[in-house]
Design a protein around this ligand. Sequence first.
Ligand SMILES: Nc1ncnc2c1ncn2[C@@H]1O[C@H](COP(=O)(O)OP(=O)(O)OP(=O)(O)O)[C@@H](O)[C@H]1O
Length: 216
Amino acid sequence: MLTAQGIHKYYGDLHVLKGVDVTIKSGEIVSIVGASGAGKSTLLHILGTLDQPDEGMVKVDENELTRMKGDRLAEFRNSKIGFIFQFHNLLPEFTAEENIMIPGMISGKSPEELKPKVQKLADLLGISGRLDHKPAELSGGEQQRVAVARALINDPQIIFADEPSGNLDSASAQSLHELFFKLRDEFGQSFVIVTHNQELAQMADRMLTMQDGIMV
Ligand SMILES: Nc1ncnc2c1ncn2[C@@H]1O[C@H](COP(=O)(O)OP(=O)(O)OP(=O)(O)O)[C@@H](O)[C@H]1O
């Protein structure tokens, strides 16, 4: 479903990605591991269209993302791709429910249309009793679950997660990891997860290792 070929990225003189090829199948959970500085986050940002490669191409189905620009790219990203980061980037002034709805509202749906999906996700994620709370009133694990629901509200085909459990205690991390598999089984999305958590990395269908800008 996602194909990346010959990805190169430079930051000034630093050659961070040196010709990376990746293929992700529909419904597949792939982990990316490797030493700090190997280029994992840089690759994830390029696969997720948050950054452009200097060479190479990224395709989702027949859409070549590396050629898309402006509104078309923004619309594609908002509707087909979900992101989960270590620091959840929830908006502090909005409730959990409002935060979850934001990508749906950007794509033109009303809160009324979104409510049933929010409820379904909240039930699945175990946060249905917390939807009226603002992020500061939620635990780290709950905030991360809100971020997961927000990533899923538009039914994206693929979710990119960068150290999703990096700042969670081990019990919350484990339940988040189990959740990724439950979501994949329920909705059939692909997940690409950059992690230093060995347990999560090994639960994946496939584990990719990066070393010094190359997939080994
Ligand atoms: N915006 C940037 N400008 C300059 N150099 C950068 C930038 N982003 C990343 N780098 C450098 O590129 C290299 C790869 O960084 P990247 O964040 O992709 O590594 P990583 O494998 O995800 O590491 P970690 O496991 O520590 O998160 C590092 O040497 C980093 O310092």
